[in-house]
Every structure is written in structure tokens, then in C-alpha cells.
Design a protein around this ligand. Structure first.
Ligand code: NAD
Length: 416
């Protein structure tokens, strides 16, 4: 039987498993299975050739019981409403497991940024914000960058929002450029948080990180900083890395600065000096200590999970592992740091960005990282302890921690 790879079906199945362990009240379970609100809209954009192209946009506010909803905006040709729903659900669990006072949301636009000019991207970003401006805000819902969106796009969206409301409100969006109220340490935050989680997992599995090997799938914002920080903070040897076109490999480890410089020159990782090519499929099955999926969903499936040799899987990407693969990896005794714990660093520093915007007082990067470490380590410990006391795998444990917290807020509000 084929696996169901619909991300929202997977997110619901994960919740169902946690609800069964928690013996969650069925009415609460039914409420938490669905997004509270979603917006579907069209964005007409004047293209450079004078034609007008209509794009489809989404914003899903999954749950805001614990605070204003929070989540990035993806621009991707394969974006679907179910992907956005799943990511919004995972944001809800992520903010809860990180114990920051926010809910979960996500946005997306079906488009191919690789085929669009800077001007077209600006008009699309401003058009997106015009559609959601009534529904977002510091106390309602706070967007951020995600796949194929970046600080410049956030700057255009912020500017559009402030033109609409008529005053400055930088905390409406995070991941902004520093001069517009961005936080120090936000760009590497997801990977940095993942490093703190890997450090804690290494203690549990008895892995010495100095000289340990890692494979990283994806070399975008998250994957490239994961390479840099793994090398600089712990002396981990990154053996293969990849992008959507394929991977590169060197058994002795690859220097981050060399790989980055090649990528900037060539536009893709392939052909990097002193490396051999490796496919994305083979990368996942390599004999390394730590496997870091940092690209897209559904990479570890029933087809390949049995071939994974890593001791630790650190899910920096959202949804890289299907439920079937999850069972296989757990049966093999692999320590999984589940996505919404492992990659919570991004939203934690986004929250710090909102706090700094509200106070109009800014922290340096050392302060941001110190606080991030505290949040990540506390969240990791809560999940690990739950997995030990409840005798469940780490993903179910993360759900138990998160769902308990969201359900408590829903109950206190009297919604269910
Ligand atoms: P990005 O667009 O900067 O980079 C994505 C990388 O993945 C690129 O190197 C791309 O070439 C590669 N890629 C795309 N398709 C691939 C495929 N089929 N096989 C292998 N590589 C492929 O995105 P990002 O911001 O680095 O996000 C990566 C993942 O991390 C996503 O799942 C995202 O949701 C998640 N995430 C990002 C953040 C953040 O702060 N940026 C926070 C939490 C989670």
C-alpha cells in the first residue's frame, strides 16, 4: 500500500497518536484536528512584460489559544492548502513545545520565484500583505520568512502593512532586515537552535561531537548555517551536503567557507572542488553519525528509512519523516529530534524579535543566543523526560508536551 504523503493527513495522524496516549477528550481532539481559520485569496500581479498574472495565496491560522498566531510564508510552485495547513498545525505545536506565548499559523503562495524578477516579487509580496493586512497584526497573527522568502520580502510586506495602517508597527512581521527592526541572530537561529538540540541528544546517545560526521540535505538558510555551525561550534565533519540538484561528498569533511564560495560562484553545489557527486537519495542513507534533513517534506519514507545508518536524525526541515518511516527509525533505535522541537530556534528568535520591537530596545547576538540556548535546552529536556516517563518515542513525546499545553489554554478559555 502506498504511504499517504499528504502533509496535513500526516499532521492529523501524528496528533491522533498523541491524543490516544493522552486519552484526550474527544471534543478537544476534534477541535485541535482542524485549523481555526483560513484565508484563500487571489493576488493579481502586473508582470514586467505588461501582462497581469493571478497568483493563489493562503493564510491559515491554525490555533491562537496561547497567543497571537505565528508562522512563515512560503513561495513555492508546489504549494498546496494542505501543506500550509500542516505547517500551521506544526507551528502550533512548535510554539507550545518551545513554551513561547504564541499560537500557530502559516502562509503560502503558489508561484515560482526562480522565474520572477525582483520587481515582480516585490509586487507579489505587497499584494500578499494587502490581502491579509486585516487579519494579521502584533496581537493577531505575525508572519515571517520560510522557503523562498527572505528579509527583503518581509521588508516590502512590512512597508505595505504600515502604509495601510498609517503608523509604524515593526512587530507585525519577523525576519526583517536589521535596520527595520530585525533581531540580531535571527538568520542563523533555526540552525543554531538545532545545534543546541543536537548537543543535548549527543549527551543522551553518548556521541562525542568533536570529529563526529554529519550529512545535511538542503543548503538554504537552514542547511547552510547548520553546516557552518556544526563545524565551528562542535568540530563536526560535514561529509555530504546537497541542494535540489544533488549533493557533494568528501569523506574527510567539507569546509563550509569553500562550499559556500563555490555555491555563490556556480549557483549550485555540484562541481565543488575536492568533492564527488552524490544523489539526494544516497545522502540520506550514508554511514554518518548525524543526519540533518534541512530541505523539504517526506524525504525519509517507508522506502528508505530502513537504510538510514545515522545515530541521530535532527529534523531541521518541517515534516521530513513520514509516520511509517518514523516507526522504522524508532525500531532501529535511532534518536530522532522531531521537527517542531529541532527547528524551533527560528520561531523562538522571531518571538525575541517581537519582544524587542515592542520595547524598542535591542539585544546583541550573544544575548539572543544565550536566551535561545535556555529555551531550546528546556524544551529538549521536557520532550526527552516525557519520552522516558511515558515510554513513547520522541515525536509522540513532543506532541504530548505541546498538545497538553494548547489543550490547557483552550480549556481555560472555555472553548471546549
Ligand atoms: P531555503 O529555501 O533557504 O532552502 C531550501 C534548500 O533545500 C535549498 O538548498 C534547496 O536547493 C534545497 N532543496 C529543495 N528541494 C530539495 C530536494 N528535493 N532535495 C534536496 N534539497 C532540496 O529554505 P530554508 O529556510 O532553509 O528551509 C528549509 C526547511 O527548514 C524547510 O522545511 C522549512 O520549512 C524549515 N524551516 C525553516 C525555518 C527558517 O527559519 N528558515 C524555520 C523552521 C523550519
Amino acid at each position: 500500500m502506498n504511504e499517504n504523503l499528504n502533509p496535513f493527513a500526516i499532521a492529523q495522524a501524528q496528533l491522533d497518536e498523541a491524543a490516544a496516549v493522552l486519552q484526550l477528550d474527544p471534543d478537544m481532539h476534534a477541535f485541535l484536528r482542524e485549523p481555526m481559520r483560513e484565508f484563500h485569496f487571489t493576488i493579481p500581479v502586473r508582470m514586467d512584460d505588461g501582462t497581469t498574472k493571478t497568483f493563489q495565496g493562503f493564510r491559515v491560522q491554525y490555533n491562537d489559544a496561547r497567543g497571537p498566531s505565528k508562522g512563515g510564508i512560503r513561495f513555492h510552485p508546489d504549494e498546496t492548502i494542505d501543506t500550509v495547513r500542516a505547517l500551521a498545525a506544526w507551528m502550533t505545536w512548535k510554539t507550545a513545545v518551545a513554551d513561547i506565548p504564541l499560537g500557530g499559523a502559516k502562509g503560502g503562495v503558489i508561484c515560482n520565484p526562480r522565474e520572477m524578477s525582483s520587481g515582480e516579487m516585490e509586487r507579489l509580496s505587497r499584494g500578499y500583505m494587502r490581502n491579509v493586512a486585516r487579519f494579521v497584526g502584533l496581537t493577531q497573527d505575525v508572519p515571517a520568512p520560510d522557503v523562498n522568502t527572505n528579509p527583503q520580502l518581509m521588508a516590502w510586506m512590512l512597508d505595505e502593512y504600515e502604509l495601510i495602517i498609517g503608523h509604524r508597527e515593526p512587530g507585525v512581521i519577523t525576519g526583517k532586515p536589521l535596520p527595520l527592526g530585525g533581531s540580531a541572530g535571527r538568520t542563523p537561529a533555526t540552525a543554531m537552535g538545532g545545534m543546541f538540540a543536537i548537543r543535548e541528544a549527543a549527551k543522551i546517545v553518548g556521541l562525542n561531537l568533536q570529529g563526529a560526521t554529519a550529512a545535511i540535505q538542503g543548503f538554504g538558510n537552514v542547511g547552510s548555517f547548520a553546516h557552518k555551525l556544526a563545524q565551528e561550534l562542535f568540530g563536526i565533519k560535514v561529509v555530504p551536503v546537497s541542494d535540489e540538484f544533488g549533493g557533494i561528498y568528501n569523506a574527510h569533511g567539507m569546509n563550509y567557507a569553500d562550499v559556500k564560495a563555490h555555491l555563490q560562484r556556480a549557483g549550485k553545489l555540484g562541481g565543488c572542488p575536492n568533492t564527488e557527486p552524490v544523489s539526494n537519495k544516497d545522502l540520506l542513507e550514508m554511514d554518518v553519525d548525524i543526519l540533518i534533513p534541512a530541505a523539504i517534506e517526506n524525504q525519509l519514507t517507508a522506502q528508505n528509512a530502513d537504510h538510514v545508518k545515522a545515530k541521530v536524525v535532527a529534523e531541521l526541515a518541517n515534516g521530513p519523516t513520514t509516520p511509517e518511516a518514523d516507526n522504522i527509525l524508532n525500531d532501529k533505535g535511532i534518536y530522532i529530534i522531531p521537527d517542531f522541537l529541532c527547528n524551533a530556534g527560528g520561531v523562538i528568535v522571531s518571538y525575541f524579535e517581537m519582544v524587542q520591537n515592542s520595547y524598542q530596545f535591542y539585544w546583541d547576538e550573544a544575548m539572543v543566543n544565550e536566551r535561545l540556548d535556555l529555551n531550546m535546552t528546556t524544551a529538549f529536556k521536557a520532550v526527552h523526560d516525557m519520552s522516558v516517563t511515558q515510554k513513547v518515542d520522541t515525536r509522540v513525546a513532543a506532541y504530548l508536551v505541546a498538545v497538553n499545553r494548547v489543550a490547557e489554554a483552550v480549556r481555560l478559555r472555555g472553548w471546549v
